[in-house]
Design a protein around this ligand. Structure first.
Ligand code: TRP
Length: 448
């Protein structure tokens, strides 16, 4: 029964395809835009250490839980909680996740639009088309934001309508390796430039005195966001997963890919800041970073322009295209969650569901385009707070309602000897005790 419903809903064609799609969901603006900015402004390597602890000790166990829920139920987040228990509360957790995803997607496309716009800005700058270039860099221009966000959303809808293996899997399989290759080439270039070593030092030297409740809360939110956890994206991706696949192993790959790309992105962007400084661009006002949220969008173009010529143009265009691609593989996963919900629960065709939901979210994106201050508000509510709450309730569900033992039974498909491993002893402890307490403690101490 489970297998027929999986085929009707679509499924991943290959293991690599799933891992790349889930990694594509994880890797996005969170890694390349948010992570380096937070490292630069919130405590350098000290932030990285806390982030890594949150990722491996909280994020990874929750990811395993989401994938197990998804594959066992073969459903979207609401349907999944319904399928695995008769408890009336948990489907609401799924619904909360879907709402968080929709709201995150609404501002995510606007920022993704900035990245996409900058790829063209680099070209116009090179051609000396100043008016066009300036228009593209004006992130406060609502009309401009709305147009580019719309282009981005239409691209996302197009890929989603093509389905799981033909659309999402095919797109990410091609885009992910390209992304990594391009980042590595750029790091190699930046590290040979004057000033880079100062940046590397900044990036790797921790200042432990900066660790406090606020930093930990921020790092935890970042871990959830970056791994795409807490709103059912991985329940949904897990629902397309074949019974032959090893869930903990797949989760480990995705986690490592996500962390690896975040660390690489930091190694690209923090030294780039210092290369820019060496080239005479002001990156600090006193001790403070000149532009924190806009770091990537102001300092990097300045760097590309100071390199100048065909090299500057090429690096600039490639970098911003790469950032757009990373964002696209993430918006795909954000949109897939509400779309799968509509397909499963209302029996609507994929194509209609994708267009209906996508255009609905686009309306919110357009509102955000004209009121960019909403980005911060949405980010605090639906991301920093919403995702850890979703993760917390997912743990509670697996621990006390569905039971970690049932989850382990599901994981035996694809991992026959799992009961004999240390993982099967330790993972339940994380789901029962460590993750819920850590998440709750971080939320409460941040507000105190
Ligand atoms: N993880 C992506 C990033 O780092 C964003 C993202 C995609 C996401 N899907 C998600 C965040 C689901 C939370 C939930 O950019």
């Amino acid at each position: 029964m489970a297998s027929t419903s999986t085929t009707e809903r679509g499924s991943w064609n290959s293991k690599l395809g799933f891992v790349l799609a889930a990694a594509g969901s994880a890797v996005g603006l969170g890694n390349i835009w948010a992570f380096p900015t937070k490292v630069a402004t919130e405590g350098g390597a000290a932030y990285i250490i806390v982030y890594l602890i949150c990722t491996f000790l909280i994020g990874f166990p929750v990811m395993v839980a989401e994938l197990a829920i998804g594959r066992k139920s073969g459903k979207n987040p609401v349907g999944a909680f319904k399928a695995l228990s008769s408890n009336k509360f948990f489907p609401l957790v799924g619904l909360w996740g879907i709402i968080c995803g929709i709201m995150i997607l609404s501002f995510y496309t606007v920022i993704a639009g900035w990245a996409f716009g900058y790829a063209f800005e680099e070209i116009f700058f090179f051609l000396n088309w100043e008016t066009a270039a300036n228009w593209l860099t004006d992130t406060e221009d609502g009309f401009r934001n709305a147009i580019i966000a719309s282009v981005f959303m239409l691209g996302t809808i197009k890929i989603i309508t093509a389905g799981i293996s033909g659309g999402i899997e095919k797109a990410t399989k091609f885009m992910m390796p390209l992304l990594i290759g391009i980042i590595v080439i750029m790091i190699a270039y930046v590290l040979t430039q004057p000033g880079a070593s100062e940046g590397v030092r900044e990036y790797l030297l921790p200042d432990f005195s900066r660790i406090n409740a606020k930093l930990i809360f921020s790092a935890m939110g970042q871990a959830f966001f970056s791994l795409s956890l807490g709103m059912g994206a991985l329940i949904t991706y897990g629902s397309y997963l074949n019974k032959k696949e090893n869930i903990p192993q797949a989760a480990a790959f995705v986690t490592l890919a996500d962390v690896g790309i975040a660390i690489l992105a930091g190694l690209l962007i923090i030294p780039s800041m210092y290369v820019a400084k060496e080239a005479g661009i002001d990156i600090f006002v006193g001790e403070e970073l000149a532009s924190s949220t806009n770091l990537v969008f102001q300092i990097l173009p300045a760097l590309f322009h100071s390199i100048g010529g065909a090299t500057g143009l090429l690096l600039g265009v490639v970098f911003f295209l790469l950032l757009s691609i990373a964002a696209l593989t993430s918006t795909i996963s954000l949109l897939e969650v509400p779309v799968s919900f509509v397909i499963d629960e209302y029996k609507i065709q994929r194509k209609k569901a994708a267009w209906g939901v996508g255009l609905g979210v686009l309306v919110i994106s357009i509102i955000v385009s004209f009121n960019t201050s909403l980005i911060g508000t949405f980010d605090s509510i639906f991301n920093n707070l919403g995702l850890p709450i979703g993760g917390l309730l997912t743990c509670v569900f697996v621990a006390f309602v569905w039971k970690t033992d049932s989850a382990l039974t599901e994981m035996e498909f694809g991992f026959a000897g799992i009961r004999q491993t240390l993982f099967s002893k330790v993972w339940p402890i994380f789901i029962y005790v460590i993750c819920p307490i850590a998440i709750l403690y971080n939320i409460v101490s941040n507000f105190l």
